[in-house]
Design a protein around this ligand. Structure first.
Ligand code: FAD
Length: 419
């Protein structure tokens, strides 16, 4: 089958690029082997939280300094003006797919971690609790609920952290007979299964009643993020309980991340995109007519061809990069990577140091075109976590790099491929 563009990897960057391309009228295929980082994410999208070890409050202001000091950073390649434009475009694109968010690139807000700490971020979904600043919360008193036996959420830690910030809390347990079947096997009592259980009307009504009774004059109610995988449960709960109910992310799996991914996939398909999940690309060749040809594990000899390729296979976590004992490499096309040669230069033994391997990734030019044995590959781009030159953990810029590089690459493709 023939496409305008084939995208390898269907996480945040692959989907973002694909959505923009299909909206521009391209015939686009995404091949994705499995779960993406979204399945493990906080549910918030980070843009730029730290620069040179110092916290960033205003990403739009800070990006110029980043572009000066780190010319290989993906944001430097995007350019300061374009960075601002693409942040707005990213938020609007998410909104179109059904992923509504609060927040903007002018000023970071703070998400609440599963342990009750505040961390800066760019965009959060409106059903999760956030704070406008980093050391206090906007409520005097909250009621925190957990599901009986649920181990991926820790109200006591959250309550202690809240108390340090001057917010009182009371902790309650949600227990209804329907949960018993999940509790028989602890591995079944996970956020995704709990969410599906509460899609049952009777279970949901019992939940609303328990929350109502436990409100006890609190400003808001907090529950673990294990609702709303497939519906707008939190909106319904607000009405039934008569008080604002917010979620706090749990340990993975991430309901909010999975929901975002599902909505993006659904939207991509609704615009005519082809999304092949559970298949892996195992080689990429270029034909004499300039078209790229890929083969996948499930399709054997049947090839897919396209004028443009976007590699969005993620970092080590998603196997977009692989480390053997001797070298770090990109495993599909053996593209050039930016990585230290000697293994002892890959990492520092102090876990909390700035780790070199976090910056490793596929080498690209200023337009995110990849290279192989020193030769730029035309119409072959790389986006998101597979790129070199940034540290998603240290700089707090993972989702921003994925969203913005994907949008920027889609612009290059459309420019070269006017319809
Ligand atoms: C565990 C974890 C949690 C994170 N949490 C956050 C967070 O809360 N907020 C934030 O801002 N950032 C977070 N990040 C940073 C994250 O990298 C980015 O936010 C972003 O989601 C990465 O998207 P991506 O599409 O570039 O890569 P990925 O999400 O890694 O997606 C790559 C996809 O490519 C597929 N793939 C790989 N090889 C092949 C192949 N050969 N053929 C076909 N498909 C293939 C994989 O299966 C995967 O689906 C987190 C990262 C990790 C690892």
């Amino acid at each position: 089958m023939k496409f305008d563009t084939i995208i390898i990897g269907g996480g945040l960057s692959g989907l973002t690029c694909g959505i923009k391309l299909v909206e521009k009228g391209q015939k686009c295929l995404i091949v994705s082997s499995g779960q993406s980082a979204l399945h493990f994410s906080s549910g918030s999208f980070d843009l730029l939280n730290h620069l040179d070890g110092k916290p960033v409050i205003e990403p739009l202001q800070a990006v110029a300094a980043l572009a000066d000091s780190k010319p290989q950073h993906p944001y430097a390649k995007i350019g300061v003006t374009n960075f601002g434009i693409l942040t707005q475009e990213a938020k609007a694109l998410l909104q179109r797919t059904g992923v509504a968010t609060v927040g903007n690139a002018t000023c970071n807000h703070y998400r609440i971690t599963p342990l009750g700490e505040l961390k800066p971020t760019w965009l959060s979904v409106p059903d999760c609790a956030i704070s406008p600043n980093g050391n206090t919360l906007p409520w005097k008193k909250v009621s925190i609920f957990n599901i009986a036996g649920f181990l991926d959420f820790h109200p006591t830690f959250i309550s202690e952290e809240f108390q340090k910030m001057g917010t009182l809390s009371e902790v309650y347990t949600i227990d209804i007979p329907e949960l018993e079947s999940l509790r028989r096997n602890p591995s079944e009592l996970r956020a995704t299964n709990i969410s599906q259980l509460f899609e049952n009307d009777a279970a949901f009504a019992s939940l609303a009643e328990i929350l109502k009774q436990g409100r006890n004059h609190s400003d808001i109610i907090i529950i673990p993020a294990c609702l709303g995988l497939n519906d707008n449960s939190i909106v319904k709960l607000n009405t039934l309980v008569g008080c604002q109910v917010y979620m706090i992310p749990t340990f993975p799996p991430s309901i909010v991340g999975i929901r975002s991914q599902q909505r993006m996939v659904t939207y991509f398909r609704s615009q005519g995109g082809y999304y092949m999940l559970g298949d892996a690309v195992n080689n990429i060749d270029r034909e004499t007519n300039g078209m790229y040809r890929i083969n996948t594990n499930n399709h054997g000899d049947i090839s897919f061809t396209a004028r443009n390729i976007v590699l969005a296979t993620g970092s080590f976590f998603s196997k977009g990069l692989v480390a053997s004992r001797q070298q770090i490499f990109e495993p599909i096309a053996y593209l050039d990577v930016d990585a230290a040669d000697k293994r002892q230069d890959w990492y520092s033994e102090n876990f909390f140091d700035d780790q070199a391997y976090q910056y490793f990734g596929v080498r690209t030019d200023a337009n995110f075109r990849v290279s192989k044995q020193g030769n730029i590959q035309h119409r072959f781009y790389a986006a998101g976590a597979v790129l070199s030159g940034f540290n998603a953990l240290r700089e707090g810029c993972g989702s921003g790099v994925s969203l913005l590089t994907a949008l920027h690459i889609a612009d290059q493709i459309v420019k070269n491929d006017p319809s």
